[in-house]
Design a protein around this ligand. Structure first.
Ligand code: OTU
Length: 609
């Protein structure tokens, strides 16, 4: 495609939404006529730089994020395969398992030294030299695309590292770049900010400002002191970050994970989270991507309460992220596993999402589990929220009598009796303790529990996202305490090296589950996915409406290690009668009989036939 041909396409696309875009932009940056023109010019340049093959892909790509065939896995390249060259040779691991989307965690050039697992980025246009270079990355993309696997990478938009070119220039006293960050000459404004702010890492990185003696300034650092918050009030920062976004899209990545979105806009006197301007920025990013690289999806990372997360999908007339992490569901899964009580999950509120919006369902990721359960719901079920939280913390630490878990605390605050938990899925789900005790029955139970957890993410509506290693039952890695760069951050407990020498029966079982998902839902899409309350609180019932399928699917999950009965009166109450078949094992289920039996951690996908 010629340059002028591309320009024509771009101008047509822009013309259809230019005014709207300008109004939105004007809300953030009033009276910036010239700046807006510069923005659209930058977009044109970027579009002209997009390869014809990708422009073609943009036209052909359908809503792959909503397809039941999309199954993701996230990993750190260095821990999984040492580097990108090796990763290329491991493409079969994903194909064998049925993974069609791979999230390569922080891949862009990070800060030298401590870097928050790569979430302190020094250069948005270069690859972390420890794993390779841009050529290697492009080779991975084309190899994975050839195999039908899409690629997601992180774009850390709230902060740069303190050795990013902009930060270095700011440190040299260049005012232009000091305005890229939030810097203050004395403590007055920082203190005023602090009185309304929380802390993300209260023990490892307390406070939200860091004093840099070299320039005698306080720099806003919401996360680690070496992660400098960007100042989006400055239109230049917005432009640079929009331009970097398009740069990443033009490499050919299919999904861009926008890190820590709630924090990107700061207003004195507020808690600087989830402010209206954040939504405006995301909506602009969505429009910009929609014009310049529309086959690229934006995945937002906002680990906040569910009613706040959901707003990051935007509205039908002002879309934001294509996908968001279903953090609340993740917490509910672990809550139900510990309590053996499915009611919390059954009572989760339902949100109407704009079309083509999708949840990412996951059980573990590289971060801790924070127990942000809805307190009213806990109270309504007859529990005290604080006591319940303490129960979960102790349960997953493994200190509680009868707990099958082995984990560690993260950000423990003895005064507030608060903590989050670290640990791999398998160790939290009982495999490590069972292996240590050489208890074959408990090992078998732990395997069942791990599969149930995977089923809870693989059989529901949304994109399932597995965490690499979990498919092999990888256990906690305690070696992080010997590394001075990691020892203070227990999240490294579940960031161990992938053990290629190991085999696990879990791999095949998870592969079958993924295969099942694709067969049942691949082309059909789950339209509705609704938990329903039943008499037996230990069993989760999900009603699914499937496109192009006359009858619903009914999913039953036994959240306990004991056998459970489901009384069919419960199912009839919801209008379900007759003979059903479990599609997983081919079992017949007779709703005219009194009850249905579920084995330990058993789950069924029943349909009427
Ligand atoms: C993200 O997480 C990343 O997932 C973390 O690995 C990084 O450390 C962090 O950003 C900084 O870049 O606080 O405990 O609401 O909760 O972005 C994890 C969003 C985090 C934040 C989330 C953040």
């Amino acid at each position: 495609m010629q340059k002028n041909e591309k320009a024509l396409i771009f101008n047509q696309r822009l013309a259809s939404c230019r005014e709207e875009l300008k109004i939105k932009y004007g809300r953030l940056y009033p009276d910036c006529e010239a700046a807006f023109d510069r923005l659209t010019h930058m977009m044109l340049e970027s579009f002209v730089g997009r390869t014809s093959a990708y422009i073609d892909k943009d036209l052909k790509t359908t809503d792959w994020t909503a397809s039941g065939e999309t199954v993701g896995m996230m990993l750190y390249v260095d821990l999984f395969s040492d580097d990108l060259k090796q990763l290329k040779t491991h493409a079969d691991h994903f194909s064998d398992l049925g993974i069609s989307l791979v999230h390569l965690m922080p891949l862009l050039m990070p800060r030298v030294g401590e870097n928050d697992g790569g979430y302190a980025v020094k250069n948005y246009r270069k690859i972390d030299p420890r794993v390779g270079d841009m050529k290697d990355f492009k080779a991975v993309i084309s190899e994975f695309h050839r195999k039908g696997i899409k690629i997601c990478i992180d774009y850390v938009i709230n902060h740069t590292s303190n050795d990013h070119e902009w930060a270095l220039k700011a440190l040299k006293g260049e005012e232009k770049y000091q305005n890229y960050y939030l810097m203050y000459d004395d403590a007055a404004i920082p203190n005023a900010f602090e009185s309304h702010l929380g802390e993300v890492f209260p023990t490892v990185a307390p406070g939200n400002f860091t004093f840099y003696e070299a320039i005698g300034k306080y720099v806003m650092t919401t996360f680690y002191p070496y992660q400098w918050d960007l100042n989006y009030q400055n239109p230049e920062v917005f432009h640079e970050m929009a331009s970097n976004l398009l740069f990443l899209a033009n490499i050919g990545v299919d999904m861009i994970r926008l890190d820590a979105i709630p924090y990107i806009w700061k207003t004195l006197g507020s808690d600087c989270k989830n402010l209206p301007e954040v939504h405006m920025i995301l909506s602009l990013f969505r429009d910009i991507i929609g014009i310049c690289a529309p086959s690229t999806a934006l995945l937002g990372e906002a680990i906040v309460s569910p009613s706040v997360i959901v707003r990051y999908f935007g509205r039908e007339d002002r879309l934001e992220c294509h996908a968001l992490y279903n953090a609340s569901y993740m917490v509910e899964i672990w809550n139900s596993i510990a309590t053996r009580d499915a009611r919390h999950m059954a009572l989760m509120p339902k949100y109407e999402l704009p079309e083509q919006s999708v949840w990412i369902n996951y059980a573990r990721c590289h971060d801790d589990i924070g127990w942000g359960l809805d307190e009213t719901r806990i109270r309504n079920l007859g529990f005290d929220p604080q006591a319940h939280k303490n129960f979960l913390i102790d349960f997953y630490l493994g200190s509680l009598d009868g707990s099958f878990s082995i984990g560690e605390l993260y950000e423990y605050n003895p005064e507030k009796q608060d903590a989050r938990n670290s640990g791999t899925l398998a160790s939290l789900a009982g495999l490590e303790k069972a292996i240590r005790a050489s208890d074959r029955y408990q090992i078998e139970l732990a395997h069942k529990r791990i599969l149930l957890i995977h089923a809870l993410i693989l059989l529901r509506k949304g994109i399932p996202m597995l965490y690499a290693g979990d498919e092999m039952g990888q256990l906690n890695d305690y070696s992080y305490v010997d590394d001075p760069k990691k020892m203070k951050d227990s999240r490294w407990l579940h960031r161990g090296r992938f053990d290629w020498s190991k085999t696990s029966p879990l791999f095949d079982a998870i592969r079958e589950l993924i295969d099942f998902r694709k067969r049942i839902y691949g082309k059909k899409y789950i339209v509705e996915d609704q938990p329903l309350l039943i008499g037996n609180e230990h069993v989760l019932l999900i009603q699914q409406v499937i496109r192009d399928q006359f009858e619903d699917n009914l999913l039953l999950f036994n959240m306990t290690e004991d056998r459970q009965w489901v009384y069919t009166t419960d199912l009839k109450r919801y209008g379900y009668h007759g003979t059903w078949t479990d599609l997983l094992q081919g079992k017949k289920l007779f709703f005219e009989e009194e009850k249905i039996l579920l084995g330990p951690y058993e789950y069924l996908v029943a349909t009427k036939q």
